[in-house]
Design a protein around this ligand. Sequence first.
Ligand SMILES: [Fe+2]
Ligand SMILES: [Fe+2]
Length: 143
Amino acid sequence: MLIEYDEIPQVAMDFMNEVHKEDIDLINAIFKHILAYDGSEKSAAAIDNLYTQWIDHTVIHFQNEEIKMQEMHFPPYLAHKGEHDRALQEMRDLFTHWQQYRDIKVLKIYFIETLPAWLHNHISTMDTVTARFFATGQSACGG
Ligand SMILES: [Fe+2]
Ligand SMILES: [Fe+2]
C-alpha cells in the first residue's frame, strides 16, 4: 500500500472526503501494478488502463471542487484552481512520457517521492481551507 486512508486528513465536506478515498484507491492500484511491472505489453497495458481511469477521476475530482468554489464565490478560487491545473498537467505529462518510453523508474520516482507528498500537502492546506469555507461560509482569515 502506497498511501493509507488515515495518512490523508479529513476535511469538513463529506463529498470531498469520499472522492479523496477513491483517489487513494486508484493511486494504490496503479502503484501495485508499477511494482509488478515485468516489461511485457500486458503489464504495461494494465498500468495504462488504471492511469487513464485515474486521470478521468482527477478531472472530475478537481472540477467538482472548482464548481462549488465558484458557486460560493470562494475568494482564493484562482490559487486553488491553479494548483489543480498544475498537478493535472504533471500527471498527464508523466503518462505521455511513460507511453512513449516505458521507463518504469520514472513512474516509480513520481509515485514514491512526488505524488503522496503533493496529495497530503494539497488536502491538508487548500482542500482543508476550502472545505471549511464550504461548510461555514467563512474563510480562515475571517473574510
Ligand atoms: Fe480534493
Ligand atoms: Fe483541491
